[in-house]
Design a protein around this ligand. Structure first.
Ligand SMILES: NC(=O)c1ccc[n+]([C@@H]2O[C@H](COP(=O)([O-])OP(=O)(O)OC[C@H]3O[C@@H](n4cnc5c(N)ncnc54)[C@H](O)[C@@H]3O)[C@@H](O)[C@H]2O)c1
Length: 252
């Protein structure tokens, strides 16, 4: 129970990998604030079945007022915020196309949710982390950015921005003992991934596996271990880093 007494906010927690993070963190003793624009009932059921405590909130990370309200409700329920997993993103919703044909509205939506959303959620929780004497923010980027994926340039660019934001925030917040790191996963089978590689998901996962040092596909448990490390005191001197959890595709 490495996270006993800590409160960790997970955005995009209604389904997919965000739900897996919430369950894994609760299993290690953390109280969870599960945030999503969608309903988090399934996440609540899984966290409670694992013996954890969870507050589910409807939160749109693109809306600063919504993230501020989230931080207030989290403090009201659990009294503190120690961690934030910035996982919410537009992913499967973004269509594949040549970069010059991406609709401007889709480009703007990707930047608003995937980049500004992290800024909003981080701004909302940092005062509580300062009060707690420190904290850990983990931003979810992607192999799309570390590799440089074509034909989804809005997604690739938004996830590359997350890496820069992680580094800048880490330097600003180090004096407050708030660490900021990023995790860059390869592809995991989720509803988002099925939509992202519409109709070609098996082929895409095979191609990704083929580029790895370790010849199997990523599973959520591989990511949960890295997230647990980054929010726990085991990584107390690690900040500003991007950890690739991709089986050895990109070697920094
Ligand atoms: N699945 C993968 O293979 C993979 C690989 C690399 C990176 N990632 C990243 O991991 C994260 C999760 O991926 P996933 O496959 O579980 O995605 P997903 O699409 O299955 O789930 C994303 C969740 O975010 C929520 N969300 C979207 N916009 C939101 C908003 N404005 N405010 C709050 N919540 C919002 C959605 O409702 C959804 O529950 C994303 O950041 C994605 O870019 C995923």
């Amino acid at each position: 129970m490495k996270l006993q007494g800590k409160t960790i906010v997970v955005t995009g927690a209604a389904r997919g990998i965000g739900q897996e993070y919430a369950v894994a963190l609760a299993t290690e003793g953390a109280s969870i604030v599960a945030c999503d624009v969608s309903d988090c009932t399934e996440t609540v059921q899984r966290v409670e079945a694992a013996g954890g405590q969870v507050l589910a909130l409807k939160v749109d990370v693109a809306d600063a007022a919504s993230t501020q309200a989230m931080a207030g409700q989290a403090i009201e329920r659990f009294g503190r915020i120690d961690g934030l997993i910035n996982n919410a993103a537009l992913y499967g919703q973004l269509k594949s196309s040549k970069f010059e044909q991406i609709p401007e509205s889709e480009w703007d939506a990707a930047m608003t949710v995937n980049v500004k959303g992290i800024w909003n959620a981080s701004k909302a929780v940092v005062p509580a982390m300062r009060e707690a004497g420190g904290g850990s923010i983990v931003n979810i980027t992607s192999l799309a950015a570390t590799y440089g994926m074509p034909f989804r340039l809005h997604y690739t660019t938004s996830k590359a921005a997350v890496i820069g934001m992680t580094r800048g925030m880490a330097r600003e917040l180090g004096k407050d003992l708030i660490r900021v790191n990023a995790v860059a996963p390869a592809a995991v089978m989720t509803e988002g991934t099925q939509a992202f590689f519409a109709g070609k998901v098996e082929k895409a996962l095979d191609a990704i596996k083929g580029s790895q040092a370790i010849q199997r596909n990523l599973v959520p448990a591989d990511l949960a271990g890295t997230i647990l490390y980054l929010v726990s005191d085991a990584s107390c001197f690690v900040t500003g880093q991007t950890l690739s959890v991709d089986g050895g595709t990109v070697m920094h």
